[in-house]
Design a protein around this ligand. Sequence first.
Ligand code: UDP
Length: 317
Amino acid sequence: MTRTVVVAGGSGFIGSHLCERLLDRGDRVICVDNLSTGKRANIAELESRPEMRFFEADVCEEFGPDLRNLIEDWGLDAVLHLASPASPPAYLARPIETLDVGSRGTRNLLHVAEAQGARFILASTSEVYGDPLEHPQTESYWGNVNPIGERSVYDESKRFAEALTMAMHRSRGMNIGILRIFNTYGPRLQPSDGRVISNFVAQALSGVPFTMYGDGSQTRSFCYVDDLVTGIVAMLDSSEVGPINLGNPIEFTLRELADVMAELCEVPLQITYAPLPSDDPRMRQPDITLARERLGWEPQIDLRDGLASTIAWQRSR
Ligand code: UDP
């Protein structure tokens, strides 16, 4: 049976890979994106597929008649909510929009799913753990977020989205699943995105030093996008409520990342140091026991292999 899935934020970095995977397995995909940070180019090759529809629309507003009619026509099995600015510079530049998409946007999408009896998957984030006092982070950790700090526009928006999604599950019996996604990288992470991997690749390819915020002793754990998408699809196909962490548990300091990147790009290691952004987490590493046990998922792709594909993609542009 053909399934129909709405992917909100489907033109973004992770969303576009997810649309592709769902189409490849025979699902019908309705991609909804306001192109605030998503790129139409990310889905250009998918748009010619008969099972794919793109709507330029803001999920903070109710769906228009064309979109509603298509859902009536095709039916709806699931809504995947990945719509949000996600890179720190992107959400810091769009603070109100970021809070809106986690609150009003989540509410609208929950109502769309509820009206059709569809499963709702929320793409939440490791940022709900803030600057964590527990390491690695398990799903039972409540986090350490500064509620009025600059980053709170993203962190609290996602925390609210989780609360709303759980409330719809508890009070109205909705079929929901919450994923907490850790740092992800791969092709289609825009060179202008502002995240560390795309910045380092762009800098290496232009022959300028890496911009290191702080002393480079902070840690992150980087998951290749293909692995991540496998985890999202496993969650979609399950009846798990979550929250479930998705990320690669292999942790690196940024200094180690810079070393690997210089080696893979075949450039000498050069670093320019800049101040650490406010509330930048000191460390981050997912505990993925739940994902292993409940979804049978764990990442397969080694950092060096994933970075090689990412570098090749950025170089080809
Ligand atoms: N970072 C850096 N140089 C850059 C971009 C980011 O040193 O050009 C640091 C950033 O301060 C953070 C880490 O790299 O400590 C990961 O940042 P990113 O924006 O990729 O993701 P985050 O985990 O902060 O959401």
